[in-house]
Structures are given as C-alpha cells and as structure tokens.
Design a protein around this ligand. Structure first.
Ligand code: GLU
Length: 473
C-alpha cells in the first residue's frame, strides 16, 4: 500500500514569507490536497542568531492570508533538539557519524594547504574513524562538531519531480557537519544545534514526508540528505526542485528589484486568490489556462507540468489577474478591504453599505484594492481637482448650467433617477449636451474628468456634499 501523501513547507523565520517560498508552499499544499494527504508547516529556526518571533508571525500571517491551511504545525525545530541529539548519538554509535575536534584555525590551515597543492578544498576526514586508524585523544577545551560519514564512493541519484534525473558523485561531497559545537561553557560531551541538512532529514523522516517541493537552490544539499536518509534506514521522499523566480529584468527576484514578500502584495491591494492563481501559473501549467480557482488547482495539480526553467515575474500580468478577481469579488468584502486601506491613510469611512455600493460602481476599472481606495476616497475627503482639468472643463460655457444644476439638485429626489432628471432638465434649459456638462460636474465633485455614469456616482454622495462641491463655480 502506498503511504499517504504528506508534504511540508519549511521556511526559516529570518524575514518575511518570500514569494518563492509561497509558491512552493502552494505546490506542496495543492499536491497534498490533490492526493487527499496532509500538509505540514515547519519553522526552521535553528539559525538562532537570525530567527525572530516577528518573522515567525509574518510567516503565519502570510500563510493564513493566502489560505494555505496546514494540517499539522507549526513545528519548531528548536523545540526538537533532544530528538536531533538522540539521532546523532545513535548514528555515532552505529558508526555513521563522528565527533570532529578540528578548531577553525586547523580547518583554515587544512584548506590553505589544499589550495597550495591545487586541490579543491574539502574536509580531509581526519577525525573519521576508519578500520586500523588511530585517532588522537580529544583535545582539552574544544567543543566538537558532529560530522556525517558520507559514503566515500558511489553516486547519489534521484529522479527529480521537476528537473528529471540528477546524479552527483560522492567524491564531490565531504563529511557534512550535522551538529554545530555546543556552547563553550557547556559540559564536555554536550551536543550543539543541528545544521539544516541534518534537521531537515530527521524532521522529514519523523513527519512521514513523502514529497518535498522546494527551491532549486537546495539541489546541492539533496545528495547529503539522501545519504543521511539511507544511513538512518529511513524511507526517501520524492524531491521536486522548483527554479527560482526572476524579476522582470531577468535577474533573480530580490528586494532590491521590488517587492518579494507576500505581505507587500497584501499591502499593495492584491487579493490572495489572485496571488495564488498567479504564483501557481509561474512555474506550472494546465494547458492554456490562465485563470483558475483553488479547487481547480487542487484538482489539476498532480506534480506534472512543472517548469524546469525559471519563470519571470510579470507585474502587468499579476495586475491583470488581480483585476479579474476584483471584478469577481463580493462588494461587501472589497468594501471592508477599502475601509482598512483608507483607515491606513487616516481616512474614516464608516458606512460599509455606501462603500459597497461605490465598490460595485468602480471595481471594474481597478486592478488593486489600493486603486479602488484611491477612487473611493473622494466620498470621504475633499477633492483637489487639477488646475488643468478645471480650465479644460469648468468653462464659461458651462458655468451658468452648473449654477442651475446646483439649484435643481437642491430640490431633486436624491437618487440616480432624480439626479438624472435634474441633469437632463438643466441640459435642455441651457442648450447643452451631456459631454459638455458631465466632465465639469465630475471634475468638481469627484476631482477627475472620467468616472462611471455621473448620475450613479453623484447619488452615492450626500446631497450636501455635492452641493458644497458645486458651490464656487
Ligand atoms: N529552511 C529551508 C528554506 O527556507 C527549507 C528548505 C527545504 O524545504 O528543505 O529554504
């Protein structure tokens, strides 16, 4: 019987949730859901100096915002130290790991000598127990590291779910440090914090992980991990290494080149379903489909059709995807997002019903919630029309009509039909056409010359607000 599919995402809490990690989280989640399996969140916090609680919180918030529900976790590696120590002790006892007492100075000298001989630098296995080899007594006052006895010969190969067959010779890799030294003042024999390649194997083994999706910057780590799995007699998961995401300039997507965190996109007014859709497509395809729901993704994502080469981040396409989801989104939900966006600008918009009505009118022309808020702010704060717009549209020709319209609006029933009738009556009285009057009205009331149907927009303001904005023409 095949084991239940179990996947995981294992971010290090040293910053925000990177878009690349979000994408592998999405693939891992979708793959587990597709197979009716489980998805686990693990926090790889063994880089104690760089890990922060703030970053853990950002990761949890981003996972939550994206709606990538995990079935287990978050599991924190630093809470599992005893387990790594127990596994390392067992490996030492079994002869697949050993203590190494080299000081940093010795290691430097070793590498220096290797370079002088024109060799590639590597650890020369001086503390590795071998049949017939006599090791020196452990030096006083040196806290050892624990190293893995990597096989000396042979080839490590695996069939990568993304990249296909990969093989690396064991000659290329040396005896990896699996536990760092214990603190200088720890009692002799104490064990230190595990390194990534060791903790990841113990965890993937203990958690029964069957499929590992991660960024291809880890391809060089995988041979070590496979060797450690084998040394432990643990079942090997399948690996899928996804190519990095490139910025729109073809360089690695990085902070210097724009937003790389999930949080930044949330703040910029993108919807989580749009991010998921866009991230999914960035490195995976299902025919020519560009827009699909989470459910479709789960239905379709079987680990095939993952791209081998890097995808390029395309802000215009993301905006297009987001615009699609904004059009589809419920107005009341968008209204709450706009409310929060306006609140962050110090604008109080407490009437959610009014906001939802305005949202319905404007959402078709917006690709982000921020753009929507830019529009809807006019209902809550005074507008400042551009001088050029005033000159172009609020001309002497229309000024008398604006005065009459203001009077007509003062007594009109305050709804779309009532406002439309007042405008029509004014146009007739002044012999003007709608395209002559409407832009002036828009510039004065909304601050911009183009808006959706002017009677509908005006009806969302209070009568007083409109009369006030038409006061000084
Ligand atoms: N902590 C590693 C990272 O954030 C996890 C890599 C893995 O998935 O094995 O890159």
């Amino acid at each position: 019987m095949k084991p239940t599919v179990r996947t995981r995402i294992a971010p290090s809490p040293t910053g925000f949730l990177h878009l690349g990690t979000a994408r592998t989280a999405l693939y891992s989640w979708a793959y587990a859901r597709h197979h009716g399996g489980q998805f686990v969140l693990r926090i790889e916090d063994t880089d104690v100096a760089r890990s922060t609680q703030d970053s853990v919180q950002q990761i949890l918030d981003s996972m939550d915002w994206l709606g990538l529900q995990y079935d287990e976790g978050p599991v924190y590696q630093m809470q599992r130290l005893d387990r790594y120590h127990a596994v390392a002790e067992a490996m030492i006892a079994a002869g697949t790991a050993y203590r190494c007492y080299c000081t940093p100075e010795e290691l430097d000298a070793m590498r220096e000598a290797q370079r002088a001989r024109g060799e590639k630098t590597h650890y020369d296995r001086r503390w590795r127990p071998m049949p017939g080899k006599r090791l020196p007594p452990p030096p006083e006052g040196v806290q050892p590291v624990v190293r893995f006895c990597n096989p000396e010969d042979g080839i490590v190969n695996w069939d990568d779910l993304v990249k296909g067959a990969i093989s690396i010779s064991n000659h290329e890799i040396d005896d990896l440090i699996i536990l760092r030294p214990a603190a200088a003042d720890a009692p002799a024999g104490s064990l230190g914090v595990p390194t990534y390649n060791f903790a990841v194997v113990v965890d993937d083994w203990d958690m029964g992980i069957t499929h590992v999706f991660r960024g291809d910057e880890h391809i060089n780590n995988t041979p070590w991990q496979i060797n450690i799995f084998r040394a432990l007699g643990a079942p090997l998961p399948q690996f899928g290494h996804c190519p990095i995401i490139l910025g729109d300039d073809g360089q690695k997507l990085s902070k210097r080149r724009g937003a790389v965190s999930v949080t930044a996109y949330e703040e910029a007014g993108y919807l989580p379903e749009a991010m998921l859709n866009y991230l999914a497509r960035l490195g995976w395809s299902h025919g020519d489909d560009e827009l699909f729901t989470r459910e479709q993704m789960v239905q379709w994502f079987d680990g095939s059709h993952l791209a081998r080469s890097p995808a390029q981040w395309d802000p215009a396409k993301l905006a297009w995807v987001n615009a699609h989801y904004i059009k589809q989104a419920d107005d009341a939900r968008l209204a709450r997002l706009v409310q929060a966006q306006l609140a962050s600008r110090g604008v109080l918009a407490d009437d959610l019903v009014q906001l939802a009505q305005a949202t319905a009118l404007f959402k078709d022309r917006c690709s982000t919630v921020v753009e929507l808020a830019d529009w809807l702010a006019m209902f809550f704060v005074p507008v400042a029309p551009a001088e050029a717009d005033l000159q172009a549209h609020v001309t002497d020709l229309v000024r008398p009509a604006l005065h009459s319209l203001r009077d007509a609006l003062a007594g009109a029933p305050w709804d779309k039909a009532g406002i439309a009738a007042a405008i029509k009556q004014t146009l007739a009285a002044h012999g003007l056409k709608m395209p002559q009057l409407a832009p002036a009205l828009r510039v004065l009331v909304c601050g911009r010359a183009q808006t959706p149907s002017v009677d509908a927009v005006l009806s969302l303001f209070s009568r007083d607000a409109v009369l006030q904005r038409l006061q000084h023409v």
